[in-house]
Design a protein around this ligand. Sequence first.
Ligand SMILES: [Mn+2]
Length: 314
Amino acid sequence: MISADLKTKIHQFKDYALEASKILIVTHKNPDGDAVGSSLALRIALRALNKQVEVAMMDSPPPELSFLPHFLKIKEEFAPEDFDLAIIVDCGGWSRTGFFVDDELHIDWPKNLVVIDHHPVQKLSPGLHLMDATASSAAEIVFYILKEWGIIVTREVALCLLTGLFTDTGGFKHTNVNEQVFRIAAELLAKGADINKITRSVYGNKKIAQLKLWGKIINNLKINSEYGLVFSVVTQADLNEFNLTEDDVSGILDLIRGVIGTKASLLLSEKEDEIRGSLRTEETDVDVSKLAVIFGGGGHIKAAGFSLPKNIIS
Ligand SMILES: [Mn+2]
């Protein structure tokens, strides 16, 4: 199912991994299930090759993913000089990781850079790009990598990868689900991945305050009929009122998509000095990443986002 070009790059990546002494894995800001699952799966697999590996994320990973193996090993910072191979997972470049701006990096670090991504619209960092915009998730690409390398998918790795597959497809509901996704999911289940643990952690464990905040956001829903857009807003004051954080809000996007008479949904959230927009659509002929790009963001055809400085609207 993978192209000859991707196959070649996967083997080049293995050469980089084998010659590296210490490997860094990073992912995008506000890491999701795919970002965390793919990073941890790679960590486990590379450690099985007797490599020293560290995973670093700029923002703390969502606590509902704490069931994932090695979750507590995730760091918030790293010393670049310690690493000779860096792997960026689930985004196309350093800028999205929050650690560096692309232009800020000099060519001499890291010695090798590998980017594993499935997003079509990205500002690219230099390096070896293992890109497949047809893949459902970064986890799917990591699965192909481990297969090509001949690495045994353990129960722990399977749990990480299935979490990535599950969360990036909205629980196998979105338009990026296909036969191949279910084939991989079936293989991961056969390796012992506990799907019930994933569904309970991702969709369960809700706080009553969280549902009340969701109620407030739903109460404020508006429709822009000209653009076929349903939208709502969550402010910092809303979060404070219910003593919640931004992480408690993300699940609501599943609820406000697919509203009759609309083609896409938008949730605007206030965060410190910026406004973040999250866009979703279920329509086969709508590409929300195009709207996100207009506002300097990016993402998938069906799920995209952007952030704007707050002072732009004050
Ligand atoms: Mn992803």
